[in-house]
Ligand binder design. Structure first.
Ligand code: UT7
Length: 322
């Protein structure tokens, strides 16, 4: 079965927050943030929501593919920062774009979410249940960031990316994936949601902001992502010389450098956009993919490795020939 990415789209909030502006919010410097992360600025919502950004990105992906929302069979939104617990973002997108025949649901695997959603669509396609889907990664992380914590607030940004994908049984298989979770390490990257508050019991459970052990995640990412890409390529029987680009989760430029070293692959095979968008969790991979296609880096016929890692801990990698 051939997984065809026929259209991509992305949406970023109109306002930008620079490192320079952050200097007046927390004790940090533009130089420190650039040197340790590669990030110079991030887009931050001044009214855009996960649902509005996701809708915008989905419409662009459908337009790029030349497809009508009425024919969409499946919508999955990967997000860890929805505004509403109910209804899910995917159902809001469904209503906004008029995809009345689609089944729609959200999936939360943090920064691996988009990849896990794509794997879910591929698995549905393989079973014959659906033959097309809009897969979206969308986040407004700025509302769950502790803007007094310089260790985290410098990293994250808001945005959404989407792909329109179709199954084609006439063409050869072009997609393989590996995906993992390690819940026993889950408490290194957390964010509380609601406290216990019922007639019998009230208890504050956890801080309502993102908290992380940055160094631990850094090491986990460099080690596990490179190992799982090696495993994927062996499983798929694809040599590294045949990989055109590695489209990785954009968390930190130094993590990407570390992965490229471990894989012994030239850094020029790793497109990045972290400098101008920061870490957008589940939106990172589809936004980078969209930008790389639009600027002519990524083209039809090329073979890409997509790889994500994040809270859970979750991680995975996929190889696709476009
Ligand atoms: O999608 C997954 C989400 N999470 C991640 O990807 C996080 C991965 N981790 C990282 O990107 C890095 O660990 C950080 C960027 C978060 C931190 O960089 P680091 O090189 O690991 O710095 P560190 O935490 O080891 O801190 C070094 C020093 C500390 O000072 P002392 O204790 O050495 O005096 C920090 O207090 O840098 C200090 N520091 C800062 N200084 C200026 C931490 N944050 C800042 C800051 N500005 N924003």
């Amino acid at each position: 079965m051939n997984l065809q990415i026929l259209g991509t789209g992305s949406a970023l909030p109109k306002e930008v927050l620079t490192n320079k502006q952050l200097e007046s919010i927390v004790e940090t410097t533009d130089e420190w943030v650039k040197e340790r992360t590669g990030i110079a600025q991030r887009h931050v919502s001044t009214g855009e929501t996960v649902a509005s950004l996701a809708t915008d990105a989905a419409k662009k992906a459908l337009d790029a593919a030349g497809k009508s929302a009425e024919d969409v069979e499946l919508i999955i939104v990967a997000t860890c920062s929805p505004e509403l617990a109910l209804p899910c973002v995917a159902c809001q997108v469904q209503a906004e774009i008029g995809a009345s025949k689609a089944v729609a649901f959200d999936l939360n695997a943090a920064c691996s979410g988009f990849l896990f959603a794509l794997n879910t669509a591929y698995s549905y396609f393989s079973s014959g249940l659906y033959k097309n889907a809009v897969i979206i990664g969308a986040e407004v992380l700025s509302k769950i960031i502790d803007w007094t914590d310089r260790g985290t607030c410098i990293l994250f940004g808001d945005g959404a990316g989407a792909v329109y994908v179709e199954a084609n049984n006439e063409l050869p298989d072009n997609y393989k994936f590996v995906q993992y979770a390690n819940g026993s390490k889950g408490m290194v990257l957390t964010c509380g949601l609601r406290d216990l508050d019922n007639p019998l019991h009230k208890e504050e459970l956890m801080k309502k902001y993102v908290w992380m052990d940055g160094r631990e995640i850094f090491q986990f990412a460099v080690r596990q992502v490179s190992a799982c890409i090696e495993e994927l390529l062996e499983k798929a029987n694809v040599a590294k010389e045949n990989i055109d680009y590695y489209v990785l989760h954009q968390a930190n430029a130094r993590i990407i450098e570390g992965i490229s070293k471990r894989l012994k692959e030239d850094l020029s095979k790793f497109p990045t956009n972290v400098e101008h968008v920061g870490n957008m969790s589940s939106a990172a991979i589809p936004v980078l993919l969209d930008e790389s296609i639009k600027n002519g880096t990524v083209k039809k016929g090329q073979t890409l490795v997509l790889s994500g890692f994040g809270a859970g801990l979750t991680y995975g990698a996929s190889v696709i020939t476009l």
